[in-house]
Design a protein around this ligand. Structure first.
Ligand SMILES: NC(=O)c1ccc[n+]([C@@H]2O[C@H](COP(=O)([O-])OP(=O)(O)OC[C@H]3O[C@@H](n4cnc5c(N)ncnc54)[C@H](O)[C@@H]3O)[C@@H](O)[C@H]2O)c1
Length: 425
């Protein structure tokens, strides 16, 4: 298929697609392992199955799809991508799905109730809005949208249509995060929080190999401003969402500095950025995102006058300040050592057992489940029940505004004051 055809809008039958594709046989072998996973028998649901489609089956779309096919009571009946190799891959994971290259043809299908959108950032708003207009519930990847106006339009469309709109901030369903949130805000294990430090540090260009130069911007969209909002959108939005959530607050101002200082490869988004947010009550959050050193990788750290909580999706650690009183349950807690200091390891399961019968909200403790699976399970539950998902349009808009204003501060060299209107839908 020629590149021009990749952008054509015709509907392909599954048979035509596979017959015409020489690469399909090869990719069956390459993706054999995922296929075996996808073919694990799904549990039977007594309820009517939800028919769903996916738009954008690149790196993240494939992860989501491999999890979506395992959610009981869900049938993935359509896959859409403009890039043939990615579309092929999706059909291996969802063998009964019909392939599409034009997402609007997928949205035309009346039997589809929900769509998963995992396309480049600049397409999130248009596709989500079109999907809700077509009567579909939407799970859309983060960051919510390319611009604040687009994100607000998505949130307004959700209110107008009453459809579920969930955004892909999977930390919201992670058991360690949910546990850490309660430790910080209910048990107040850090005392009064005064500072936050967060980072996502990688050592790599973020660049993808392209089979043909003409595909550079299509495949490396993340590196170009016309499609991408760079590190703050791609990595920061997860963590800033978590900081807004954990502090139960929105920042009042932001200062930032960023640049293209190492990867001089034609990209137009920063390869490093340093940000200072001020939150109410004099709490400052410093955030850095870099691509030249991966020491200590990623975390959010909440510092209070009685302790420090370090949270990642894989692990949560609590360090008490030397002057703080010992927590009554500390002697029973699982301990770890980090840089010569003893830390209490956050164990969501143990805390849940301790709270059983107290009527407090249950924390999902099955840490063996992929967060992507859990968020999709939550999405399809919301489709069935109408219950608001944890990563809802309101919180996702807040994360989007918080991140975009950091970019703005870095680009203009100005300290930016947030105001209520910026966050209003
Ligand atoms: N939640 C997470 O942890 C996480 C992780 C990675 C990426 N993401 C998000 O997922 C989204 C996709 O990222 P990715 O890394 O998978 O990018 P990608 O480039 O690998 O995949 C995007 C796919 O969308 C397809 N596409 C582009 N235009 C299209 C159109 N008009 N119609 C249909 N398909 C189209 C592309 O061909 C590609 O296959 C981004 O928003 C990114 O921020 C989220």
């Amino acid at each position: 298929m020629s590149r021009n055809n990749l952008f054509s809008r015709e509907y392909l039958t599954r048979r035509d697609f596979l017959k015409g594709s020489a690469a399909a046989a090869a990719s069956v072998a390459v993706f054999g392992a995922q296929r075996a996973q996808a073919e694990e028998p799904a549990q039977k649901s007594l309820e009517e199955p939800i028919r769903a489609g996916i738009i954008g089956t690149g790196a993240q779309g494939t992860f989501l799809l491999s999890n979506a096919v395992k959610v009981p009571g869900v049938e993935i009946v359509a896959c859409c991508d403009i890039y043939e190799p990615h579309l092929e891959k999706s059909l291996i994971l969802a063998p009964d799905a019909e392939p599409y290259q034009d997402y609007r043809r997928l949205l035309d299908r009346k039997d589809i109730q929900a769509v998963i959108i995992a396309t480049p950032l600049h397409l999130h708003a248009q596709m989500s809005i079109d999907a809700m207009d077509a009567g579909k519930h939407v799970f859309c990847e983060k960051m919510m949208a390319y611009s604040i106006e687009q994100a607000k339009a998505m949130a307004r469309k959700q209110r107008e249509t009453g459809k579920v709109l969930q955004l892909g901030h999977q930390r919201r369903v992670n058991s360690t995060y949910r546990h850490a949130y309660r430790m910080l805000n209910v048990d107040k294990v850090c005392g009064r929080v005064t500072q936050v430090r967060a980072q996502w540090h990688r050592n790599g260009s973020w660049r993808r190999a392209v089979p043909d130069k003409s595909l550079e911007k299509q495949l490396n969209w993340r590196l170009y401003r016309e499609y991408s909002q760079g590190l703050m959108a791609e990595l920061g939005s997860h963590q800033i969402d978590a900081v807004n959530w954990f502090l139960n607050a929105l920042p009042v101002s932001v200062m930032a500095s960023g640049g293209i200082d190492y990867w001089k490869d034609g990209r137009t988004v920063y390869d490093n950025i340093s940000v200072i947010y001020e939150y109410p009550g004099g709490i400052r959050c410093t955030y850095t995102c870099i691509t030249t050193n991966e020491h200590e990788a990623y975390y959010e750290m909440y510092m209070g006058d009685e302790g420090t909580l370090v949270v990642t999706p894989e692990k949560g650690l609590l360090f008490r300040e030397p002057k703080a009183e010992q927590l009554v349950w500390a002697p029973m807690a699982h301990k770890d050592e980090s840089k010569g200091k003893e830390a209490i390891v956050l164990d969501a399961g143990a805390t849940r057992r301790a709270r059983e019968g107290t009527g407090q909200e249950e924390i999902r403790t099955d840490a063996s489940q992929d967060d992507y699976y859990v968020e999709l399970e939550e999405f399809f539950q919301s489709v069935r029940t109408g219950k608001k998902p944890a990563s809802d349009p309101e919180s996702a808009l807040q994360s989007c505004v918080t991140c975009l204003m950091a970019n703005n501060a870095a680009q203009t060299g100005r300290k930016i004051q947030f105001n209520e209107k910026m966050f209003q839908i």
